[in-house]
Design a protein around this ligand. Structure first.
Ligand SMILES: [Zn+2]
Ligand SMILES: [Zn+2]
Length: 386
């Protein structure tokens, strides 16, 4: 963690942001008192529960697939219809406009764990990263609009920014009241689909800034505090694979295996099938494997460091042999990348086609060799017990 502790201490006395504190405080209070009380005394209709579930999912997916993966990181392109949908239900989540949210999030990635610059740095504790950063006007939370010039050009984003508060009132109060009136349960729908849904949706997202920087594994990098966590992924629609995401933020996926619980990835892919999304960016498999192996070598070395002088000598040699082989594979891959770039410059279509097929085969070979090595190194590390 970096950061100037004196600066942070001064920041703790930053002025309280009353409107935000009151909204968070009152909605939370209502969710833990009035909502259960009304349930016990009057009961909720099935419709109230259905609207609660549907809006909670729509908010979560719009923040994850829209605010986060589409606008903050531009990991795919979306049709205006999809953008409109994500802007409306993302706005309903009451987490500020796309522009403000993305500006802070881009700074979070750029200056992650820097207590003076990261708006929700985990170095300042769970409470601060979770919600505290919004309750006071901290210097680290100032919005740097210079990091989102691209977003102003997006008409849907500009429209949402302009009408943000109208959208918030219409979706959080107007919509639940209207639906409640239609199904004959005005108070029930308002309390579940309005109040409880807002609080659940808030804290679901906030966990990504707090718990996803504290709790879980670091398979790809330990250069920052972000963690991968299956349980968090489940309640955040896939955003819990945060270690991967911080290293490969241009990837539209956060959970890269087919069985990873990444609902946002499945949502974006479904939209792509329907023609509403395109150009989904993926990080090459080789780079992902390279990051994993790098971490495994780092861990294995740290484990051997702890070993007594002679006990680890045999393992050390094996490990260094593996590492030399790994470095060789990476070098070959880099050569291949250069070859592909040069090939891309050649305009002779026929040649490109034949060459590309052989290049693809060589890429696959290198990926396969990293996968095998990944297994060997894992086995080797597991055997080292001191
Ligand atoms: Zn991100
Ligand atoms: Zn993060």
């Amino acid at each position: 963690m970096t950061g100037n502790s004196e600066g942070v201490a001064q920041e703790e006395r930053a002025p309280l942001n009353w409107p935000v504190t009151i909204v968070f405080g009152l909605t939370f209070l209502a969710a833990v008192t009035i909502v259960p009380w009304y349930g016990f005394t009057h009961g909720y209709s099935s419709w109230a529960w259905v609207f609660f579930g549907v809006f909670a999912v729509l908010n979560g997916v719009s923040i994850g697939s829209g605010y986060h993966r589409l606008w903050s990181h531009r990991t795919y392109e979306a049709h205006p219809i999809l953008k409109g949908f994500l802007a409306i239900f993302g706005g309903m989540a009451l987490q500020n406009s796309i522009i403000v949210w993305s500006a802070r999030h881009r700074v979070h990635h750029r200056d992650v764990d820097d207590n003076d610059k990261d708006p929700y740095s985990i170095g300042r504790g769970f409470w601060f990263a979770h919600i505290g950063w919004m309750l006071r006007d901290y210097k680290s939370g100032e919005i740097d609009y210079s990091v989102v010039p691209d977003l102003y050009k997006d008409p849907v984003v500009a429209w949402q920014h302009r009408w943000y508060w109208t959208l918030v009132w219409a979706t959080n109060v107007g919509l639940p009241l209207l639906l409640g009136w239609i199904v004959g349960d005005v108070i029930g729908v308002f309390l579940l689909a309005g109040v409880l849904r807002l609080v659940v949706s808030h804290h679901g997202t906030f966990f990504i800034n707090s718990l996803a920087h504290m709790w879980g594994s670091q398979p790809y990098t330990d250069e920052n505090s972000a963690r991968d966590n299956h349980l968090l992924a489940l309640i955040t629609y896939g955003e819990g694979y945060h270690n991967y995401h911080h290293l490969f933020q241009s990837d539209y996926r956060n959970g890269i295996r087919w069985w990873h619980l990444d609902i946002n990835k499945w949502f974006i892919s479904t939209c792509a099938m329907l023609g509403l999304a395109r150009n989904r960016k993926r990080v090459p498999q080789f780079k992902v494997l390279r990051a994993r192996l790098n971490m495994e070598f780092k861990r294995a070395r740290a484990k051997l460091e702890k070993a007594q002088d002679n006990a680890g000598a045999g393992w050390r040699e094996q490990l260094e042999n593996e590492y030399a082989q790994f470095a060789e594979t990476v070098k070959e891959w880099q050569h291949l990348q250069m070859e592909r770039m040069q090939l891309g410059k050649q305009k002779i279509a026929e040649k490109i086609e034949t060459e590309t097929a052989s290049l693809t085969a060589r890429y696959r070979d290198l990926e396969r060799s990293l996968k095998l090595q990944h297994k060997r190194v894992a086995l080797l590390t597991a055997q080292v017990t001191f």
